[in-house]
Write a new protein. Structure first.
Length: 186
């Protein structure tokens, strides 16, 4: 996973600092998350979210002294664990109206396959964008950064970032729809 995080970062200095922080704290974060959640899979997801948060706030977090950095990581981890626990609790609650629900139909399974194929097409079309536009979309929709934060990262104005997001979303949508129509006509 470290390589994926490093690919998101722009400068070599950021990569080196993040790599040091990751190496020093990753195992501790995973162990702590497993202890807090008592769920290995969910712990991995939580830790992944914490690392994305570190990247999102790298200018503030990476320069922190070791003790403060570890405190920041723990607070972020604790918050994410609470969020995941809350989601998990709601996900497993069975509502009375669901008690007599029929098992999933073949239509549901077919729709799930179609949705996965659509996600794969979208991912492929995003990967065909140039690096700057791909990074801008990643920062906006994966890292959930604001337009202003993205503009500061890439050296553009917020209006330019908004334009790139809008144009590239439309481009990916057009390419995906065109590809879908092409495959439907075969």
């Amino acid at each position: 996973m470290l390589m994926i995080y490093l690919a998101i970062l722009e400068t070599e200095d950021e990569r080196l600092k993040f790599s040091d922080v990751y190496t020093a704290n990753h195992d501790w974060l995973v162990k702590t998350a497993k202890w807090l959640l008592n769920d290995n899979d969910m712990a991995e997801d939580v830790v992944h979210d914490v690392w994305l948060r570190v990247i999102n706030h790298k200018m503030k977090v990476l320069p922190l002294p070791t003790d403060e950095l570890r405190d920041w990581l723990f607070i972020a981890l604790k918050k994410k664990c609470q969020d995941y626990s809350e989601l998990s609790r709601h996900k497993h609650e069975v509502q009375p109206e669901d008690w007599h629900e029929e098992p999933e139909s073949d239509d549901y399974v077919e729709q799930t396959v179609i949705n996965k194929e659509m996600v794969d097409k979208i991912r492929k079309n995003i990967n065909e964008l140039d690096e700057l536009n791909r990074s801008i979309l990643t920062m906006r929709f994966v890292l959930e950064m604001t337009t202003k934060e993205i503009a500061a990262e890439v050296g553009l104005t917020p209006a330019q970032v908004d334009n790139r997001i809008s144009r590239n979303r439309a481009k990916v949508k057009y390419l995906t729809e065109r590809e879908t129509q092409y495959h439907e006509n075969i």
